[in-house]
Design a protein around this ligand. Structure first.
Ligand SMILES: [Ca+2]
Ligand SMILES: [Ca+2]
Ligand SMILES: [Ca+2]
Length: 577
């Protein structure tokens, strides 16, 4: 006997809304690694090595035993791709994923003999991510690029990159990850593919604001290209030796982010980096073309915060240096603050040891690089004439050439690059300005000027602006000796009483005879009270209005204005340009 259930009543059935598909929330663990079967080791394990992988064109070939370390790989004559778990981009919005993969190009599917692709000079395999939304298709390409350097023992080369989760990824209904061959003539092998959540980049706001600035991790983490469709690459060697890496940007620019909430309001910061430039036409030869890269902070506004110094390190790297103050536009950003290394033209720019750190506000020494050892370029600017590093001296800095006017010289960027912290200034705290100064016969780097009478005059001008009013103080010949000893430096010293509320400050060496060049070294501005060695040069009594020691001939003092004949009418006295 067969029995049946009772016939159900047919008065209802399914209607719209009776079935709901609930999208389960992923766990955090499920969203750490987004690539499924990234090791593609199925073939030798008896399972399908192509699981989770799609080919966008061509075919998929299980390359058994042809992977990294002799494991399995996948090969294609098209692109290999897989869809990512889009829910993870909602869960982790605001964070970043690091993409890594090993890839190999070969013209032979059977032997897999490797073709060594050089991303500096040719198109190599890359990884892209496409977000499909209801109203958009957003492409991140490349999301990862090939690392410079030799292939590993199995012929594989590293591809790497970092992807920030964009609003497009968060709002997409589907996200495709793909590895592109970019070569019609070669097969693509892939292995060890990964797209992994980076540790939460919530900054710890430690002393160093640049993450992975020495690239010692061997990857480009936290760095990317500034221009769309440009890459940044790990490059060897870095400054840390043969196994250390640096960052290479091809064509244009590299950038990283600084969290604006880590900046202390009105704090001063030092920007330091090392670089090497190569022409694309001759990529093996380092060049020192000027201007070098500059370093820009970019948010709602932008500011150049470092430039080349013109002086190499002992290991042959050029140097970038600068200061900035964390003023409001930098600290009050809701979005990220970007640090961009810019060098136009057909160059490779290799960066290493990038650092942004707060400067101690001790007011102990207001001149940066006073010994000129870092070079002169970012610090000193020609005033009419040019400024260059003096050769034949031990680290002597500034030399003014080709002067056609006696007012020409050089100026120190107290403002502009912010090298003098004039928040240290107040009328109640005098400072001592010192320098070593030497005059050379024009065009000579060695022959000093000597004199017995009517010795030449050299002027240090202090330019200050207070409440929008610029004033100059000219100190002509603040020298201990009035005799110019040939080949000797003269000691310059001046007791300087700053104004209150200084808004702009610079120093100018100028107004010396046009037939001579000027050398300056060991410049210094220190508070009088803490500068014990200079106490002997300062009169024990209250300084007179002239602010100079009494043993100086008073005729050499011109504390307010120079005779008008020595001033060029065409030049703005403020020289604040
Ligand atoms: Ca494998
Ligand atoms: Ca390095
Ligand atoms: Ca020096």
């Amino acid at each position: 006997e067969t029995t049946y259930e009772e016939t159900p009543a047919c008065d209802g059935g399914l209607s719209f809304g009776d079935i709901r598909i609930i999208k389960p929330h992923p766990t955090e663990d499920e969203c750490v690694e987004l690539i499924q079967n990234g090791a593609v080791d199925g073939a030798s394990h008896g399972s399908d090595p192509t699981t989770h992988w799609l080919h966008r064109s061509g075919f998929t070939y299980a390359a058994e035993g042809m992977g990294v370390d002799g494991g399995d790989a996948l090969a294609t004559q098209g692109q290999l791709a897989q869809y990512l778990d889009q829910r993870c981009f909602e869960l982790n919005f605001g964070r970043s994923y690091e993409i890594t993969a090993m890839v190999k190009l070969s013209d032979n599917l059977e032997t897999g003999e490797a073709y060594n692709c050089n991303p500096a000079i040719e198109i190599c395999p890359e990884i892209g991510v496409i977000a499909y939304g209801d109203t958009f298709t957003n492409l991140v390409e490349p999301a990862a690029t090939m690392v410079m350097g030799e292939p590993d023992a199995y012929g594989y080369q590293q591809v790497e990159g970092v992807v920030d989760i964009s609003t497009h990824m968060r709002d997409a209904y589907g996200i495709l990850f793909y590895i592109a061959r970019n070569r019609d003539d070669l097969y693509l092998f892939i292995d060890n593919v990964s797209m992994k959540l980076l540790p939460d980049a919530t900054p710890t706001c430690e002393n160093e604001l640049v993450q992975n600035g020495d690239f010692s991790s061997g990857n480009t983490r936290y760095w990317r290209a500034y221009f769309f469709n440009q890459g940044v690459f790990s490059a060897e060697p870095g400054r840390g030796g043969a196994t250390d890496t640096a960052l290479m940007s091809s064509g244009h620019n590299a950038q990283t982010s600084i969290d604006p909430t880590c900046l202390l309001p009105n704090q001063r910061y030092e920007v330091v980096a090392k670089y090497r430039l190569f022409h694309k036409a001759e990529p093996d030869v380092q060049v020192s073309d000027y201007p070098g890269p500059d370093v820009q902070l970019l948010g709602d506004e932008s500011e150049i915060v470092a430039r080349t110094t013109g002086e190499k390190t002992s290991d042959g790297w050029d140097q970038l240096y600068g200061h900035f103050v964390a003023d409001e536009w930098k600290t009050d950003l809701s979005d990220s603050l970007r640090l961009i290394f810019r060098k136009g033209g057909d160059y490779f720019n290799v960066l290493d040891d990038v650092s942004v750190t707060p400067i101690s506000n001790s007011c102990d020494q207001l001149i940066v690089n006073g010994d000129m050892e870092l070079g002169q370029r970012v610090f000193w600017v020609g005033l009419g004439g040019s400024v260059g590093k003096a050769t034949g001296y031990t680290g002597i800095g500034a030399l003014s050439h080709s002067r056609s006017s006696s007012t020409q010289g050089m100026r120190y960027r107290g403002s502009g690059m912010g090298f003098v912290d004039y928040t240290c200034f107040s009328q109640s705290n005098p400072f001592i300005v010192t320098a070593k100064v030497k005059l050379l016969e024009g065009g000579s780097t060695t022959t000093g000027v000597s004199c017995s009478s009517s010795c030449p005059t050299v002027t240090l001008r202090i330019v200050e602006r207070v409440n929008g009013v610029t004033s100059n103080t000219n100190i002509a010949n603040g020298f201990a000796s009035q005799v110019w000893e040939t080949d000797e430096f003269q000691d310059f010293e001046y007791l300087y009483t700053p104004k209150d509320d200084v808004e702009y400050f610079e120093l100018q060496w100028r107004d010396f005879p046009p037939e001579y060049d000027l050398l300056v070294d060991d410049m210094s501005i220190v508070p009088r009270v803490t500068n014990a060695p200079s106490e002997s040069l300062v009169p024990s009594a209250e300084p007179s209005a002239s602010m100079l020691p009494s043993e100086f001939p008073s005729t050499s003092l011109q504390p307010t204005e120079l005779p008008s004949t020595s001033l060029q009418p065409s030049e703005s006295p403020s020289a604040s340009a």
